[in-house]
Write a protein that binds this ligand. Structure first.
Ligand SMILES: [Mn+2]
Length: 548
């Protein structure tokens, strides 16, 4: 079943988790046959964690990448063989269906190994230089391969033995048998014998594991006294040469199953699969989980691997999206940020509006579909709006955000101001969090005019404690700049009560061009600035454009 992943951006903020989660619910409701999976691209910040916990909703799972995996490309419509079945069945499958690799399972259905054209060739190819081979035989398989029937059944289910034909004078037979017994193998061989009463009479008193009689009529068989014989007696309807040929194809498949080949796990990626396929002398690898065979990957599976479908929410740039997005098929974009959209191969649905939050955009899709979100989904959307618009106070706030928030608050039975304050109380404070984690928890990278810049944002309820931790935050910012290979890294710390921000920055020559007042070498004061997107980013892009 092909999945559609619905995702927010890397370093997810609350809007980037709540909006995709709610949209996933809407898509699944509108299309019950489809499979829609909400994924987040990083750890949830304490505020988002609080919201999901408080509402009793399971948070979306972490999505590491959207590269195709073994489970996405494997063939599941495959032929298998059970370990005790005769090899003849496998050769027939290979012939009839033009396949080269057949997985083998044990009697409980657990994966055991593979039979390939190569392993069959090795078995059937005559090896003139080898001594008389030992065969693993299961007499119960004889009736499936050699025309005939049992005259007597023995007790051993499986026998490892050599083959011998008794087509000679009795004395010669005895001497050859003794000769063979004195060789390395001491056990009695399986004996194939035609209508030679003297040899048969003698053999019925010996401990042969299996006697196969050829050229015998029903009346001939009826005369035999088999009472003292403990092994199996099979009466073949075909001549000795044909009996031997068919006997070799009756061996159980496990006798020639290759059990040492590597297997794949369902989540193994294509790079790993290619590496293994290159090393193998055949063209199939089993995909196995917990002993259970799930499918088979062959080199042809790699020619045109299926692309995962992705819906991007709260972002539209590849640099902010999931690993592997270039190999995926983006089918929709819902966003309220500047457009730096990725290229697509087909026309897609894009809904971009300069609104305060992606949650407002998702709410509009509920409205257009004529579906009212359930209370918990409404609470999530409201939370996304209130965090992105700083309780509807950020200059990014539009009338659409206010209307959506009012309607959602009504459905969720929440008070906008009370719920907003409660959410922001769970936002990080400057002294309570690790500066590195605080920076990467809401961090966006922009590529502009050959510059790579990163801007983190953190909302706090006071800036009073900044002085005591500023050095640590600046050091963390330096580390972040190095880690993401940036020219310039910044952290916008926003006091949502006083409605002002401080911008911490790494050393960068164009920083002098910023219109803001410097507080010191590494920080600026931004009164009235609440929005990274609408207020700070345009100024940063403006400054970068002078660096040409
Ligand atoms: Mn947003």
């Amino acid at each position: 079943m092909q999945k559609t992943y619905i995702i927010g951006h890397r370093h997810p903020d609350t809007d980037s988790v709540c909006a995709p989660h709610a949209y996933t619910w809407l898509k699944q409701t509108l299309d019950p046959e489809g499979t829609y999976v909400c994924g987040v691209l990083g750890n949830l910040n304490p505020q988002t964690q609080f919201i999901f916990r408080h509402l009793g909703i399971e948070a979306p799972a972490l999505l590491r990448d959207v590269h195709p995996k073994a489970e996405d490309i494997m063939n599941t419509n495959i032929w298998t063989a059970s370990e005790n079945e005769p090899v003849a069945l496998v050769t027939k499958l290979i012939e009839d269906h033009h396949i080269r690799t057949i997985p083998v399972t044990d009697t409980q259905g657990k994966y055991k190994g593979l039979i390939t054209v190569m392993s069959l060739a090795q078995y059937f190819m005559p090896k003139a230089y080898e001594s008389r081979p030992l065969y693993t035989l299961r007499p119960e398989n004889f009736t499936r391969v050699i025309p005939g029937c049992f005259l007597k059944k023995g007790s051993l289910e499986e026998i490892e033995t050599r083959l011998m034909v008794g087509a000679m004078a009795f004395e010669t037979f005895i001497s050859r048998l003794q000769q063979s017994m004195s060789d390395s193998c001491k056990s009695m061989p399986l004996l194939i014998v035609g209508n030679r009463p003297e040899i048969i009479e003698y053999s019925l008193k010996q401990k042969f594991p299996v006697l196969i009689l050829t050229g015998m009529s029903g009346a001939d068989c009826a005369k035999l006294d088999t009472s003292g014989f403990e092994g199996w007696i099979y009466v073949s309807e075909v001549d000795t040469a044909e009996t031997i040929r068919l006997l070799r194809t009756s061996i159980p498949v496990k006798a020639i199953t290759n059990t040492s080949q590597p297997v794949l796990k369902p989540k193994d990626g294509i790079a790993q699969i290619k590496k293994i396929l290159l090393k193998l002398d055949h063209h199939g690898i089993a995909v196995v989980e917990g002993g259970k065979l799930l499918g088979l990957v062959s080199s042809s599976c790699l020619i045109d691997p299926p692309r995962h479908k992705v819906i991007m929410i709260d972002h539209n740039e590849a640099s902010q999206s999931v690993e592997g997005i270039e190999q995926a098929e983006v089918i929709e974009i819902l966003d309220h940020h500047r457009l730096g959209a990725i290229n697509t191969q087909k026309p897609i649905y894009v809904y971009a509006r300069p609104l305060g939050s992606s949650s407002t955009i998702v709410y509009q899709h509920f409205k257009n579909a004529g579906i009212e979100p359930p209370a918990k989904i409404a609470a999530l959307l409201l939370s996304g709006i209130l965090t992105d618009t700083i309780i509807l106070r950020s200059p990014t706030t539009t009338l659409h955000d206010i209307k959506a928030a009012e309607k959602l608050a009504e459905i969720a039975n929440l008070d906008i101001q009370d719920w907003g304050k409660e959410i922001f109380q769970h936002a990080a404070s400057l002294t309570s969090v690790d500066p590195d984690a605080a920076i990467t928890s809401d961090f966006k990278i922009y590529q502009e005019n050959d510059f790579r810049v990163g801007i983190a944002q953190m909302e706090v309820i006071t800036l009073k404690d900044l002085a005591s931790v500023q050095q640590e935050y600046l050091a963390a910012l330096q580390r972040t700049r190095a880690k993401f290979n940036l020219d310039w890294a910044m952290l916008l710390i926003t006091d949502i009560i006083e409605e002002e921000s401080v911008l911490l920055t790494t050393e960068f020559e164009l920083a002098d061009e910023l219109i803001y007042n410097r507080l010191d070498e590494y920080s600026f004061h931004l009164p009235g600035v609440l929005s990274r997107m609408k207020q700070l980013l345009p100024e940063i892009l403006h400054v970068l454009s002078r660096g040409e």
